[in-house]
Design a protein around this ligand. Structure first.
Ligand code: FMN
Length: 213
C-alpha cells in the first residue's frame, strides 16, 4: 500500500514558454480549457472559488464555469448563499482550476458582479427540470433539520408546478468575474515549473511576467 502523503510525481517536460503563449490570456485560457477537456480531465470547467466573508474570513467551494469570453468568467449560484452574502460585502474573488492530471492550473483574481437577469433567466430555463425545482427548494447554505424535510419541499413544489414552467427564483442567478490577474502554471520535472502571469493594466491591456516556481 502506498502512502499518499509520500508520493513524488514527475510532472514531465512540457514547457510553457513566452514564445508560445498567446498574447491574450482569455484566448490562452480558452485553449487550455479545451485541451483539458480533450485530455479527459474530469469536470474541466470546475473551479474552486474563494471569497471573503462579511467578517473578513475566507471561504472556498467548487462551482462550475458556464461562460468564458473577453468580458469574464460566468457561474451560477444562489445569491443568498454563504458565497452570495460574501460577494455582496467583498466582490473580490480568487478562483483556481486544478487540472492535476495534465499538470496544469490556472489561477484568476477578479471582481464578481451579478449578471443581467436576462442571462440568469436564459440559463435557468436551459437547466433540467429537477435542477430547477431543487434551486427553488433549497435555501442554499442554510441549516435544515433533516433531508426528509427538503425532499418533502421538492414533492410539494412538483405538485405545485405540475407540467408548468418553473420560474427562476430571484435569489438564483449568475455572476461574472472580470479578471484582473490570470496565472498559467505548467508543472515540470524537479519542481522547476513554468509560471506566466498576466496582470491587467490601467489601459486595459495585459502585462505578462514570469514567476519563480
Ligand atoms: C463539482 C462541483 C460543482 C459544483 N457546482 C456548483 C455551481 O455551479 N453552483 C453552485 O452554487 N454550487 C456548486 N457546487 C456546490 C458548491 O461547492 C457549494 O456546496 C454550494 O454552492 C454552497 O456554497 P456556499 O455555502 O459556500 O455558498 C458544486 C460542487 C461541486 C463539487
Amino acid at each position: 500500500m502506498t502512502d499518499p502523503l509520500q508520493r513524488h510525481t514527475d510532472y514531465g517536460q512540457q514547457p510553457l514558454l513566452e514564445s508560445e503563449i498567446l498574447g491574450d490570456p482569455i484566448a490562452q485560457f480558452q485553449l487550455w480549457l479545451q485541451q483539458a477537456d480533450e485530455s479527459g480531465v474530469y469536470e474541466p470547467n470546475a473551479m474552486v472559488l474563494s471569497t471573503i466573508d462579511p467578517d473578513g474570513l475566507p471561504s472556498s467551494r467548487t462551482v462550475l464555469l458556464r461562460g468564458l469570453d473577453e468580458s469574464g468568467l460566468e457561474f451560477f449560484t444562489n445569491y443568498s448563499s454563504e458565497k452570495g452574502r460574501a460577494l455582496l460585502a467583498h466582490p473580490e474573488v480568487s478562483v483556481v482550476f486544478p487540472w492535476y492530471t495534465i499538470h496544469r492550473q490556472v489561477i484568476v483574481r477578479g471582481v464578481a458582479q451579478p449578471t443581467d437577469p436576462a442571462v440568469s433567466d436564459a440559463y435557468f430555463a436551459s437547466r433540467p427540470r429537477g435542477s430547477q425545482i431543487a434551486a427553488v427548494a433549497s435555501e442554499q447554505s442554510r441549516p435544515i433539520a433533516s433531508r426528509d424535510l427538503l425532499e418533502q419541499r421538492v414533492r410539494d413544489l412538483e405538485a405545485q408546478f405540475g407540467d408548468g414552467t418553473v420560474p427562476r427564483p430571484e435569489t438564483w442567478g449568475g455572476y461574472r468575474i472580470r479578471p484582473s490577474r490570470i496565472e498559467f502554471w505548467q508543472g515540470r520535472s524537479s519542481r522547476m515549473h513554468d509560471r506566466l502571469r498576466f496582470t491587467r493594466t490601467d489601459g486595459d491591456d495585459w502585462q505578462r511576467e514570469r514567476l519563480q516556481p
